[in-house]
Ligand binder design. Sequence first.
Ligand code: NAI
Ligand code: MG
Length: 362
Amino acid sequence: MVREVKKIAVVPGDGIGREVISEGLKVLKKLEPNLSAEFCLLDLDLGADAYLRTHEAMPDSVWKEILGADAIYLGAVGDPRVPPGILEREVLLRIRFDLDLYINLRPCEMYAGAFTPLKHKSASDIRFTVVRENTESVYTGVGGVFKKGTAEEVAIQEDVNTRKGVERAVRYAYELCAARAGKRELTLVDKANVLTYAHQLWRRVFSEVGQEYPQIKQSALYVDACAMDFVRRPERFDVIVTNNIFGDILTDLGAVISGGLGLSASANLRPLAPEKTVSRCWGMFEPVHGSAPDIAGKGLANPLAAILALKMLLEAMNEKSAAQKIEQAVAKVTAGGKIFKPESTDTSISTSAIGDLVVSSL
Ligand code: NAI
Ligand code: MG
């Protein structure tokens, strides 16, 4: 039988991004014979080295390859040799915004044996997912400065919230909550008591769309109270929906309580009606962590986050059984207790040794 070909744009990027993606690809190679599609990998040269060589963060030729791919598998970008913001804006934000990947899905689901700094909590208490709106809020760059560098400087950066943007994020969160085997509880996280224009819009949309989902328990929570409850009682959460900046900040905390940055993966998606937009590429899958220059090149990075990002990619590509195999293999590895504190510089087990453990557990 001839298998359908799926093109995956691989962007190892910078620092530990390169190290962890090569472990993910080891895992993919092992699973490849049993996938229903044939995965064709396009190795894309983006990141600091390419930028310093060509002075272009995203050459047109690379962008064309991205547009023609089915999905992107990204390590991380960011390097001390490049002024902050260039690679992040021209690679990461360009992909998110120009491909309209309006959902950033960030599971905070602890694996048994992983490390949580919460004293009385364990894997059964930390099983929630955050749906972060990914294309609006303060990330749009709307605003400006006036009298820059003077004592009268004024800096304004607007929090952009559109009816369309809010509604599609909220609707996706309801759909996800209805489909997943959780408690069927959706929590809207906002600051509607202070951001009365912007976040009252979220509240209205949340309750209007919510009428279509009577089977889901619905509640709203202020972001400060939410941060507190991530630590105090994470077991109360099932699915959370929130705006771009709150989602960004909360999911670092979510990562730390559920096993550390070394275990946190994310998907950037355009899930509803993907056919209606310019490009065929509707997903980018990446670890939550960055390029970690402090440990780059030392073999200290935990590749499990990148391997779990591959799991999310396979799920999105309808390769459910392969995704499940990765999930089980990672569970086996963390349960083995060999990786105590994934984000710490625990030198007892190297990046590639962890990758090998996953491959042999598949
Ligand atoms: P970071 O996530 O790279 O590192 C934070 C801390 O966690 C560091 O101490 C690092 O050693 C540790 N760490 C991160 N991932 C780890 C792993 N897999 N295993 C073991 N330890 C790990 O965040 P930081 O330091 O704020 O940013 C470094 C660079 O990465 C910056 O240029 C930043 O802009 C960029 N960045 C890129 C992202 C992306 O491409 N998606 C996301 C976040 C940051
Ligand atoms: Mg962040």
